[in-house]
Design a protein around this ligand. Structure first.
Ligand code: BG6
Ligand code: MG
Length: 211
C-alpha cells in the first residue's frame, strides 16, 4: 500500500504523558478513597477523560451525580495540566524527532489524531506547536476512540482519503478506531499485538525503514 499521510496519536507515541495521567488519576482516586493501580491505568489509554473517569468509578463504593463527575474530571485535569507544565522540548524523544523529519523529507503529509483536549498544549510544551499539516484532537470530536471520528477529521484536514493514511497508535482503542475508519495502522507497544493492526512496530523508527 502506498500511503500519502501519516496520522500520529500523541500520548504514548510522540511523547510520554502516561506518568502524569497516572499521577493525577491516582491522587484523585486517593482523595475519593477509590482503589487505583497501573492495571486500571492501562485501561484508560486512548479513551476520553469522561470515559476514563467512568472506569475509575467502577471501584467506588458510592454513586456520583453528573455534576460531581464533572467536578472530579475538572480536578483531575487541573492537576494533570500542572504536571504537564513540567514538560519541555527535552521531552520530545530524539527518535521521534528524527522519524518525523525523515518522513517529512520523504514527502508524507503529517497529522496528529489525539483523544486529548490538551493535545495543543502538549504539542506546544514539546516544541511541535506548528509542526504538523493538521491536528485533530479531543476538542474537535463528539465520540472518542474506538470511534474513528478523530482520524476521519485529521484525514479530511490533510485532504486525503482514510485508505491513503496510516495511523500510528499505542492504544488498542486506537487500532480499533483506525480499522473502523478504513485506515491502515502501525502499532507500538501493546497495540502491536492487536489482531487488526496492519504493521506491528518495535519502535517508531521502524516507520522510516518501512515507508
Ligand atoms: C489520550 C490518552 O491521548 O487522551 C487518554 O491516551 C486520555 O489516557 C485522553 O484519557 C484524554 O485526555 P485529556 O487530556 O483530554 O484529559
Ligand atoms: Mg496513545
Amino acid at each position: 500500500m502506498t500511503w500519502r499521510g501519516i496520522i500520529f496519536d500523541l500520548d504514548g507515541v510522540l511523547c510520554f504523558t502516561d506518568q502524569y495521567h497516572y499521577q493525577a488519576w491516582k491522587e484523585l482516586a486517593g482523595r475519593e478513597g477509590i482503589y487505583f493501580d497501573e492495571t486500571v491505568n492501562n485501561r484508560l489509554r486512548g479513551i476520553s477523560r469522561m470515559d476514563s473517569l467512568k472506569i475509575i468509578l467502577e471501584r467506588a463504593g458510592k454513586s456520583y451525580t453528573e455534576g460531581e463527575k464533572a467536578s472530579l474530571a475538572e480536578w483531575k485535569n487541573r492537576r494533570y495540566r500542572e504536571l504537564l507544565g513540567k514538560m519541555t522540548e527535552e521531552d520530545l524523544p530524539e527518535e521521534v524527532r528524527e522519524t518525523l523529519d525523515g518522513l517529512r523529507t520523504k514527502g508524507y503529509k503529517l497529522a496528529v489524531g489525539s483523544s486529548s483536549k490538551n493535545a495543543k498544549f502538549i504539542l506546544s510544551r514539546i516544541g511541535l506547536a506548528d509542526y504538523f499539516d493538521a491536528v485533530s484532537d479531543g476538542t474537535d470530536i463528539a465520540r472518542s476512540k474506538p470511534d474513528p471520528e478523530v482520524f476521519l477529521k485529521a484525514a479530511g484536514r490533510l485532504g486525503l482519503e482514510p485508505s491513503e493514511c496510516l495511523v500510528v497508535e499505542d492504544a488498542l482503542a486506537g487500532i480499533e478506531a483506525a480499522a473502523a475508519g478504513g485506515f491502515g495502522s502501525a502499532g507500538i507497544g501493546e497495540a502491536a499485538g492487536h489482531p487488526q493492526v496492519t504493521c506491528p512496530l518495535k519502535s517508531i523508527r521502524d516507520l522510516l525503514r518501512m515507508l
